[in-house]
Design a protein around this ligand. Structure first.
Ligand code: AMP
Length: 173
């Protein structure tokens, strides 16, 4: 596998979605078949021999990476979604954002007790979303093996909200 510099495929968009935020846009990566394939291949390489039972991708951008990875690995997908999207009984976690709060949900019967899970999202910022997702996995009876993100904003120190979890990030800023 040729090495690709994935940073070339991440676009900075200033002041989105609000003033002062430098948004890391992954659409150039998604829009380049080679770069996307390389990204998924790197994840496959890392997790192909792991003993995980399921991938838990986070709506929406986590789905883009979690689904192809799950298929390559032959693993189940158990989505974590925004409130009101999952039709059957759910567990729900509220968490604080920079401004206001957010909620995420998982199907209560999505995991069997003790199943090992890889959580997948596009980006680790403050870690609030990933910490809420880890709680949801545990409420559903699962065990978090690792958290995988494409991009980590290290200057936000999101890892401090994810104490005790193993985290893999492909690109750091
Ligand atoms: P957080 O809960 O603060 O770690 O934020 C996580 C979610 O917000 C991720 O799923 C990202 O999609 C999104 N996000 C937060 N900050 C940024 C940013 N600077 N650029 C792109 N996406 C972001």
């Amino acid at each position: 596998m040729d090495v690709l510099d994935l940073r070339k495929y991440i676009r900075d968009v200033p002041d989105f979605p609000e003033p002062g935020i430098l948004f890391k846009d992954i659409t150039p990566l998604l829009g380049d078949a080679k770069a996307f394939d390389y990204t998924i291949a790197k994840l496959v390489e890392r997790y192909k021999d792991s003993d995980i039972d399921a991938i838990v991708p986070i709506e929406s951008r986590g789905f883009l990476f979690g689904a192809p990875l799950a298929r390559e690995l032959g693993k189940a997908i158990v989505p974590v979604r925004k409130p009101g999207k999952l039709p059957a009984a759910t567990h729900s976690v509220d968490y604080g954002l920079e401004y206001g709060t957010n909620t995420m949900e998982i199907h209560a019967d999505g995991l069997r007790k003790g199943q090992k899970v890889l959580i997948v999202d596009d980006l680790l910022a403050t870690g609030g979303t990933l910490a809420a997702t880890a709680r949801l996995v545990e409420m559903a009876g699962g065990v978090v093996s690792e958290i995988a993100v494409i991009i980590e904003l290290t200057f936000l120190d999101g890892r401090k909200n994810l104490d005790g979890y193993d985290i893999y990030s492909m690109i750091q800023y």
